[in-house]
Write a protein that binds this ligand. Structure first.
Ligand code: FMN
Length: 149
């Protein structure tokens, strides 16, 4: 996977599925994502907390736009809220078509705050915390083959 400059996007969303169906749904999502993202040169990470998702995707801008069209209309979640878009940035997850972090309950708290936040200073701080968690996860995943895509 090349690590040229890309567009990166972070969104948060609320799960619509009852908890028992979650593992199966996430498996289905990962299966499709790993194939489709590879063909679109998209990499990233999906965070599945108890009632929310957060996803980091990065790749060529048209690929990100195309992917977000599919993701936004997906009935397995709702309230898809894009919290960060950056153009011309280096890849953060060059090795993973879609790394996955599941059952990270502490993530729910951070993700939920981003739904409630109004645009402004506080929002920036909360987004910074989420980004820091994602990078931290990236470091852990780098040493844990089970988390790799
Ligand atoms: C939380 C969440 C994250 C997803 N992430 C991706 C992804 O990174 N790549 C992908 O191809 N599909 C992803 N999907 C699945 C897409 O929404 C969609 O079902 C799939 O790409 C097929 O696209 P289509 O419905 O336009 O045919 C995700 C779905 C959900 C609910």
């Amino acid at each position: 996977m090349t690590s040229n400059l890309v567009t990166s996007l972070i969104y948060v969303s609320r799960k619509t599925l009852p908890a028992p169906k979650n593992a199966e749904a996430v498996n289905d999502i990962l299966l499709v994502s790993r194939q489709r993202n590879k063909s679109l040169q998209v990499t990233g990470a999906l965070f599945s907390a108890s009632s929310t998702f957060a996803q980091f995707i990065e790749g060529p801008k048209p690929a990100i736009d195309q992917l977000m069209e599919s993701i936004t209309r997906d009935a397995r979640h709702r309230d898809v809220k894009v919290v960060s878009v950056k153009d011309d940035v280096p890849r953060k997850f060059p090795d993973w078509t879609m790394a996955y972090s599941g059952d990270e309950h502490y993530m729910d708290r951070h993700i939920s705050r981003l739904f409630e936040a109004l645009p402004g200073g506080l929002f920036k701080e909360q987004l910074g915390q989420l980004e820091a968690l994602m990078v931290e996860f990236g470091k852990r995943a780098a040493t844990d083959p089970a988390r790799r895509s």
